[in-house]
Every structure is written in structure tokens, then in C-alpha cells.
Write a protein that binds this ligand. Sequence first.
Ligand SMILES: C[S@@+](CC[C@H](N)C(=O)[O-])C[C@H]1O[C@@H](n2cnc3c(N)ncnc32)[C@H](O)[C@@H]1O
Ligand code: SF4
Length: 347
Amino acid sequence: MTPIVALHDPAAPVDRLGRSMHDLRISVMDRCNFRCPYCMPRETFGEGYRFLGATERLSFVEIARLAGLFVDLGVRKLRLTGGEPLLRAGLAELVGDLAALPDVEDVALTTNGVLLAAHAAELKAQGLGRVTVSLDSLDTDVFRRMSGGHGSPADVLAGIEAALAAELAPVKVNCVVQRGVNDHNVLDLVERFRGTPVVVRFIEYMDVGNRNHWDASLVVPSRELKERVGTRWPLRPVAAGYRGEVAERYAFADGAGEIGFISSVSQPFCGACSRARLSSDGVLYTCLFATHGLDLRMPLRAGVDDATLRELIRAAWLGRGDRYSEVRAELRAHKPEHKIEMYYIGG
Ligand SMILES: C[S@@+](CC[C@H](N)C(=O)[O-])C[C@H]1O[C@@H](n2cnc3c(N)ncnc32)[C@H](O)[C@@H]1O
Ligand code: SF4
């Protein structure tokens, strides 16, 4: 009988700050059916904006091949995101390919939820483990202000119900909080999901990209939200589920479930960051705030073999020293008026 030989190099790369690569976020679609002003403001991503053409995006075969190489290098969790990933036709097929990769422990999806009701069951059947649904407010007017006028809370709630019915557990809800926009709706959101298996996580509004007119006065620090929620429903801290978990977890003291806070602005957390990101056109980014990445699509389409591609990825991770979130926070603290430009931290 032929012995089983490990085809991959077992030595997973560790970056310059001692962090290994454990998660891969795969953007499968650059387009979105929302225009959240904090992410894809309509004035930039309007009619004339040039999104990728279908052939510029990685195919499912290409994504699965690259994902397999990341898994060889230590990745165990895969998350499909975008843009809006459910705009990518046949997404469940890709989920099936990814879930079938040996050593993958978790395939997850982040979605704005409007198309989720139609797809939850087939995604689960193909091996999707869990889903995170973005929902900024239960109030229709506030919701539409934050989605750029698209969708409704009812659509998203239907998606969440479908995810629960399909046992895509745990279902998490992400809410980006902006002062004066939706922060008055925070308790309603908590109340709606208290006592259900859904875990609501509040995210501080981040200065990601250069296009969302980020302003520090719009950020509601998690500490303030925690106090507001805790005053109404006492909370007790819950230990992190794993090293590098981004959300700070709290349980309701009365046993009605859990909530989380993601404090990327007030408490940036680069120290244990194990996430790599693959854009829909095949560029590897080693940080959410990075401006430069490594084009993997070019060598992939030029026909290079797996070993060469794997070495390119490994080298990129070995050279990684990114801690942009922390650097930006330090600069803001010392020079609050200083507008940090991407060329500066990315150069
Ligand atoms: C970019 S979206 C992609 C997936 C999907 N379209 C969605 O909205 O869930 C992923 C997450 O990033 C969050 N996000 C986008 N821009 C942000 C910002 N400026 N600050 C904080 N979170 C942001 C969204 O709210 C969402 O939860
Ligand atoms: S946050 Fe998600 S739903 Fe909103 S514009 Fe960005 S990608 Fe689209």
C-alpha cells in the first residue's frame, strides 16, 4: 500500500511580530447592493464607478486552489465576504469546495443579509458553518440612511431567521455605531436579540479607506456603549474564545445570552492578528489598512505551480510587520488634528 505523504510543508510561517496565519478572509465580490456611507459612499461608488469585470474576479476554481495553499500554510478558518458575497452567483458551490478542503475547521460568511433568506439552507447544505449578518438599526429610516437607501430591516431579519432555521450557528449580528446616526437605536437592537442565540456585536466606526469622511466625533467608544447596555441589563465579561478574537465578549447576568464589542478605534488590537485577506481580483493583503498587496492572480494565471504560489504567500507573511491600527491610534493620540494619509502608513 502506498504510504500517505503530507504534501505540504508543515512549517507554517510566522510574521515579523510573531503572529501566525490562521484566518483567511476572501472577498468574492467587489460589488454591493448597498451603499453604506461608511463603506461605499454613493458619491464615489456611483453609476460611473468601474467595478471589476467577471473575468477580472478570481473564479471559484482559482479561489479554492489559493485557499488550499493558505490552508497548507496554517490557515484553518475561511470567511467569505465582499462587497456583498451573496451577489456572487452560485456561491454555495464555492462553499462546498472550501468546506471539502482538508484541515479547514470553519467556513463562515459575512453578509448584509438581504439575500440570505433565499440562500441560507443551500449554503448550510454545502458546508457553511456560520454567518455574520450586518444590521445597523431596526428603525427603517435609520437603516436606510446607513445602507444608502437600500433594503430594509425586515429583509435582514428574514435572513437572520432563515440562518437560525438552517442552524448556521452561532448567528452574529454586526452593528457599526455612529454617533447621532444610530447610537440611539443600540438598546432596541440588544432587546430584539436578547434571549435568542443571536450574538449582537457593536463595531466602532473605523477610518478604513479614504472615502468615508471619517470623523472621530462620529465614533462611539465601546466603553460608552457597554455602560449604556450594562445599566439596562447587567453584564459580566466572558473570556475570549481563542487568541486573537477581535470582539470583547459579555454575557447578560440574567443568562439571556451574549453580546460583543469590537473596539478597533479605541483599543486597536494588532498584537494577535492572524488574518490574511484575499481581494476578489486575487491580491493578498496582510492588513485591513494596507494599501499594497501581493498580486497572486498574475502568477496563478501565468500557470505557476502550487509550490511556487505557496512560497510567494509564505514570503509575504514572513515579511509582515503590519500594525496599522495601532500606529494610526498612536498618531491620532499625539496629533488629533493630523489626517493620516494612506501613502504615509502604506509607504
Ligand atoms: C465590508 S462588509 C462586507 C460584507 C457585507 N457586505 C456586510 O455588510 O456584512 C463587512 C463588515 O465591515 C463593516 N464595515 C464596513 N465599513 C466599516 C467602517 N468604516 N467601520 C466599521 N465597520 C465597517 C460592515 O458593517 C460589515 O459588518
Ligand atoms: S458594509 Fe457591506 S453592505 Fe455596506 S456597502 Fe460595505 S460591503 Fe456593502
